[in-house]
Design a protein around this ligand. Structure first.
Ligand SMILES: [Fe+2]
Length: 256
């Protein structure tokens, strides 16, 4: 049964570990995360009407965590490690873009048969305009470190916050299990399967998967997203995360 407490929100403190001695600090996020209920953290819901909401909440939180993390570092960016820091920023940006692609390709066409997700589609356009500008700075800085302008990136990130957070929160509210009840349960089952299939087939797994896992809190790691133990404990930390291993020192959580 759907637990309405899953919409509870609250400020969180993120403990961020940076490789190297004595460089741990706490970042208090100014924006609340939507959190899952304790029951949902322990076990994936069995009601197909809950699947979409259950998967979307932690996914959106990874984007907020990355946003807060990047913004906090732009006052004192790691110039000595710019390739990796820009790579981390790129992983955050392309993770959002890939997430939106999956929604536009798989989720919204189904939901739009009985609900209206035109607002979300318009919000995506605004967000992608911001992301393109941010990615342009990131790519230029990766190519030529002297081009990096943290003040400009911070300004873009700051103006990006409202459209990003508003969209992420509104979409979560729009896909609550009660609203999904207009669909046949088989539609929800197929949507879940199609979405998982799409996600597995698109994007760079060496970038997107380690980003997701290192922005998923420990208490949720065994439950979300659904995956085999061998993937969670071996393939992701020891294979996928290796290719861009320098990026993930900027992540808030451990890889596995
Ligand atoms: Fe979403």
């Amino acid at each position: 049964m759907y637990d309405t407490n899953s919409h509870a929100t609250g400020r969180v403190s993120i403990v961020i570990g940076i490789s190297g001695p004595s460089k741990y600090f706490c970042l208090s996020t100014p924006a609340p995360l939507v959190v899952l209920s304790p029951a949902q953290v322990m076990v994936r819901p069995t009601d197909p009407y809950e699947y979409l909401h259950y998967d979307m909440v932690p996914a959106h939180n990874t984007f907020k965590l990355g946003y807060e993390n990047i913004l906090a570092r732009l006052d004192n960016p790691p110039f000595h490690d710019l390739t990796n820091f820009m790579g981390y920023c790129e992983a955050w940006a392309v993770s959002i873009a890939g997430h939106h692609d999956s929604e536009e390709e798989v989720v919204f066409p189904v939901l739009n048969t009985k609900l209206d997700f035109s607002r979300e589609i318009e919000q995506h356009k605004v967000i992608h305009h911001h992301l393109d500008e941010i990615l342009d700075i990131i790519h230029k800085a990766k190519d030529d470190h002297s081009e990096f302008d943290p003040a400009k990136l911070k300004s873009l990130m700051t103006s990006f916050k409202e459209p990003l957070y508003q969209h992420l929160d509104e979409e979560i509210e729009h896909i609550t299990p009660d609203k999904m009840k207009v669909f046949d349960v088989q539609v929800m089952v197929k949507l879940d399967a199609d979405l998982q299939k799409y996600v597995k087939a698109h994007g760079d797994p060496f970038l997107l998967v380690p980003y997701m896992r290192s922005h998923t809190p420990a208490e949720l790691k065994d439950t979300w997203p659904q995956m085999q133990w061998v993937l969670r404990k071996l393939v992701i930390p020891y294979v996928l995360a290796r290719r861009y291993s320098g990026y993930w020192k900027y992540s808030p959580y451990d890889m596995s």
